[in-house]
Design a binder for this molecule. Structure first.
Ligand code: BJW
Ligand code: ZN
Length: 289
């Protein structure tokens, strides 16, 4: 049966859902100016990003991989959350969730994105709720959890001592700020000692993201929420990367409802009961707020 695009029917499902999981991907941040991975024009200096997002690529050519992530860090630093991030951040607020999904006992936002925009939107929205709460009737409940399962592009991890930290400065070291690298066709290599180094031990830093062949973060907590979910919303992801791609399948197999929000048909449609085609920065606020 082809999936429904009826907003009224989806609102009815929301109203009776008890445990809701959202699985978000690159399409959620597209309107914030962050390129997706697998759409046209996704190449960086002729490289498929997926071939750079591996431990073996970093081991073979840390200079090339750091130049790729330097560029990505700059894009993330310049970006602002869009209405799609804010609509999901509103659902993280217990007071708003009660309005759209009055029976909901849990809400979990899982993002594959490393740009930190969902976290920023959630913090902004919560801060506003607290300001309103302190002006009104008092305490505001903590927001529902957000799991950044593929890490954060603005974090660094030391390959020697394991120290992880947030570092929002750019460039991370003078060599990455060298303007002549910007237009190079990848021929220029930065010496190992001139790449970002750990302030604690001097070891080589790597970006704080989860590459292919690595285990994503918060796996146990996410799987527990997925196993309990009766509604899974799949937002702006091609649903091609595991384990995130399997969550909608799990919810569907357990008898739950799957709703896909995407610009176009995707692998996630296979299990979809609802399909809302269009930019999620339009569809999410329209349907959820
Ligand atoms: C819009 C829109 C708009 C646009 N509105 N929509 C063979 C079979 C099965 C699995 C494997 C296999 N071989 C290897 C694996 C495992 C592997 C994997 O899945 N590989 C596949 C490619 C085959 N997975 C892993 O290695 C993972 N680890 C793992 O499995 O560990 C084992 C384990 C698991 C669990 C427990 C114990 C052990 C790790 C995966 C890490 C992925 N890392 C990356 C890079 C992060 C760092 C960085 O950013 O550089 O994560 S890869 C990249 O893909 C990134 C993304 O988060 C991820 C998903 O991409 P996403 O978000 O779906 O983006 P796109 O571009 O693909 O899609 C965008 C979508 O948006 C499109 O559909 C558009 O239409 C849509 N869109 N604009 C709405 N405005
Ligand atoms: Zn270190």
């Amino acid at each position: 049966m082809s999936p429904s695009s009826s907003i009224e029917d989806f609102e009815r499902v929301l109203r009776k859902s008890e445990n809701i999981v959202v699985v978000a991907g690159a399409g959620l941040s597209a309107a914030s100016g962050i390129p997706t991975f697998r759409d046209a024009g996704g190449l960086w200096r002729g490289h498929d990003p997926a071939t750079l997002a591996t431990p073996s690529a970093f081991a073979a050519n840390p200079s090339l991989v750091w130049q790729f992530y330097h560029k990505r860090r700059g894009v993330a630093l310049a970006a602002q959350p869009n209405p799609g991030h804010f609509a999901l951040a509103m659902l993280c607020e217990p007071a708003h969730l009660r309005v759209v999904a009055p029976r909901a006992k849990s809400f979990t936002l899982v993002t594959q994105n490393v740009d930190g925009l969902s976290m920023r939107a959630r913090k902004d929205v919560h801060k506003r709720q607290v300001e309103r709460g302190s002006a009104g009737s008092g305490d505001v409940a903590s927001p529902h959890p957000l799991y950044e399962m593929h890490g954060r592009v603005l974090d660094t991890i030391c390959t020697a001592c394991g120290h992880r930290e947030h570092n929002g400065s750019s460039p991370l070291c003078p060599s990455l700020g060298d303007a002549s690298l910007e237009n190079a066709d990848n021929a220029q290599s930065i010496a190992l000692e001139d790449l970002p180094r750990c302030a604690q031990c001097g070891g080589l830093l790597r970006p704080g993201v989860v590459w292919f062949e690595e285990v994503p973060h918060h796996m146990d907590q996410i799987q527990e929420r997925v196993d309990a979910a009766d509604l899974c919303m799949v937002v702006g992801t091609s649903s091609t990367v595991q384990p995130a791609a399997g969550y909608a399948y799990d919810v569907g197999e357990n008898g739950g409802t799957v709703a896909v929000f995407n610009l176009q048909r995707s692998e996630g449609d296979e299990y979809a009961d609802f399909l809302f085609l269009g930019p999620c920065e339009d569809t999410l606020p329209r349907i959820l707020l």
